[in-house]
Write a protein that binds this ligand. Sequence first.
Ligand code: RIB
Length: 287
Amino acid sequence: MGNIIVVGSASIDLVVKTNMIPKAGETVMGDTFFTTPGGKGANQAVAAARLSDNVYMIGAVGEDEYGKQIIRNLEQNNVNTDYIDIIENEASGTAHITLFEDDNRIIVVPAANSYVTADKVLPKLEHFNAGDIIVMQHEIPEETIAAVVSFAEKHDMKVILNPAPYRKLDHDIIEKVTWVTPNESESELLFENQVDKALTNYPNKLIVTKGASGAVFYSDSQRLVAGYKKEVIDTTGAGDTFNGALAVALIENKTLADAVAFANLAGSYAITGLGAQSAMPYRKDLD
Ligand code: RIB
């Protein structure tokens, strides 16, 4: 079977659960605080590695305790960490998350994740093969995404690009990747409110995720692959779980509709626990 290589961010999430959100200049009392491994890239790697072997992460952490924690957590979750750099005199990435009324607000400080640059990533990708799937998100430099996409095209590797969080995306990149997986709000911004048209322009490539409602793509006609409703504890990491599971299903050569259904099911588990990774499913849960 082929490999899944996540090129992306790895961070520690600092999470506050609160019943009140402060206005500017105001202080309120929170409910609980915890730290837990996160970062969209690492979350996607863990989601994939709970469902499959041969999952690698290419990324960077700082020379600090958080960095050690990030690497330990990936290893405990079956992710190969041989290609994670430790950046001297730099901190690991952090995400500052507020959980309020069934939703999250997130501020990311990339720190070491800014060092996931093309000159570091491309030589590592030389170790992989045609047909392998690379998974990327938007928490690493833009130039890295462009360079990896060109590399993948040259080496017949496939790319899932999860354009989260939103930032401007060159349409040339969308042309070149194999699959692109924005959520509803990211797709509105990317395609300037012309999402239906974009779906037909990018058949079997553009997959728009819609949370519990499922995900939609175009293939002969517009197809909505139904989602699964579960009790919401924390939605953080649900999209990442979708993307990790999608990579697993696609490396196993499932049809796109079946792969999206598998990813929807995996994503639905992720919202049932606190923290991005705590409720990501294992293979036995989905089988
Ligand atoms: O997608 C969820 C992730 O986004 C969190 O784990 C946090 O690290 C932010 O990057």
